[in-house]
Design a protein around this ligand. Structure first.
Ligand code: 5GP
Length: 139
């Protein structure tokens, strides 16, 4: 069963496509959080960022980089929130990696990404050192 986004790629279901190249496609979100809310998607199906090959990741970022200013200009936004819900526990609903570009406006009161969390977590220095080392050794 292909994902809803693959069906958009194949033209099987309609979408307001705003950009397309060989490996990526971008279209307006069907339930926009703000005017101009756009999803950027690799045409091939990868469930999470973790599964995206390097060359496709490069293409995906190039499309995000190209569209972010285009979207801001098109809807006269003051800024954008650019984010991936990467995995079910992070709220990802469609199992086909996608980047949300959400236009932001002065006074829209949506807050920063930080507002999705309760606030900073107090983590002891030695634990932070261990975490940094664990990440560095895998990067
Ligand atoms: P997620 O929660 O997986 O990060 O976001 C999925 C997004 O896909 C949601 O913002 C939702 O509105 C959008 N979406 C779901 N189905 C469709 C669809 O059929 N067409 C479009 N254009 N967007 C969709």
């Amino acid at each position: 069963m292909s994902t809803i986004f693959s069906q958009i790629v194949e033209g099987e279901i309609p979408a307001r496509v705003v950009y397309e190249d060989e490996t990526t496609i971008a279209f307006l979100d069907a339930n926009p959080l703000a005017p101009g809310h756009t999803l950027v998607v690799p045409k091939d199906e990868y469930e999470r960022l973790n599964n995206v090959p390097d060359d496709v990741a490069t293409d995906l970022y190039a499309t995000i980089h190209r569209l972010t200013p285009a979207i801001e200009e098109a809807v006269d936004a003051d800024a954008t929130t650019v984010a991936f819900n990467n995995g079910e526990a992070a709220g990802q609903e469609v199992p086909h990696v996608h980047c949300h570009i959400v236009p932001r406006f002065e006074g829209d009161d949506a807050g920063p990404i930080h507002s999705a969390f309760g606030g900073p977590e107090a983590i002891p220095d030695d634990e932070l050192d261990e975490i940094a080392e664990a990440i560095e050794s895998r990067a």
